[in-house]
Design a protein around this ligand. Structure first.
Ligand SMILES: [Zn+2]
Length: 197
């Protein structure tokens, strides 16, 4: 008698609550509740490196978990006491880290406005690319960013992807002119989502 083949394993869910399962989770204490009834419809792209232009260390994780040794580098002095976070960080090699559940409000955009709505942290997901504002980014980062935006658009009513420079013009310049918006739009291939429009 031929035995039936075992049932295929159930596909691993992409999300568990507001946590994307493809990401390595590192919990940040820097978050709060989103306002009741808010729709998460915006993705904000940032760039960060600590110290600026140096890649691969653990200073970003330390900053977002309030464990950065502010005395370890002269640049860090200006960050002393700062409590910030983003939902995601994408390293230069495309590795994805998640610090805050997307169901929660992370602290990445600061004073900001999008389509006449202020306080973008309320209704956005923040993604930091390890990089230098004005510099270029790696192919692996575009790939990972595109798949992350697609996963977000499957779970939330995402309508636009914008840079920090677009929601806080004059105050913020990341990710800057070295970021290739047409490449992201093409790689993500999402209809109905505006990219830095
Ligand atoms: Zn930023």
């Amino acid at each position: 008698m031929k035995r039936g083949s075992p049932a295929p394993p159930a596909p691993r869910p992409a999300w568990r609550g507001g946590w994307l399962q493809a990401a390595r989770r590192i919990d940040s204490p820097n978050f709060g509740p989103r306002p009741a009834g808010v729709e998460i419809d915006l993705v904000i792209v940032h760039s960060i490196s600590l110290p600026p232009g140096e890649y691969g260390g653990d200073a970003i994780e330390r900053l977002f978990t309030n464990r950065l040794d502010f005395g370890a580098h002269p640049y860090y002095e200006r960050l002393r006491g700062l409590e910030v976070s983003a939902h995601f960080v994408i390293r230069r090699d495309g590795v994805l880290l998640q610090f805050v559940s997307c169901a929660k409000r992370a602290w990445h955009a600061g004073a900001s406005t999008w389509n006449g709505r202020s306080g973008c942290n309320d209704f956005s997901v923040g993604i930091e690319l390890e990089g230098l504002e004005g510099g270029t980014f790696e192919a692996a980062q575009y790939e990972r960013l595109a798949t992350t935006v697609k996963a977000l658009a499957e779970r939330y009513p995402i309508r636009a992807v914008a840079g920090h420079e677009h929601v806080a013009p004059g105050r913020k310049r990341d990710p800057g002119p070295g970021f290739d918006w047409p490449l992201l739009r093409q790689t993500a291939g999402l209809r109905g989502v505006d990219f830095a429009a």
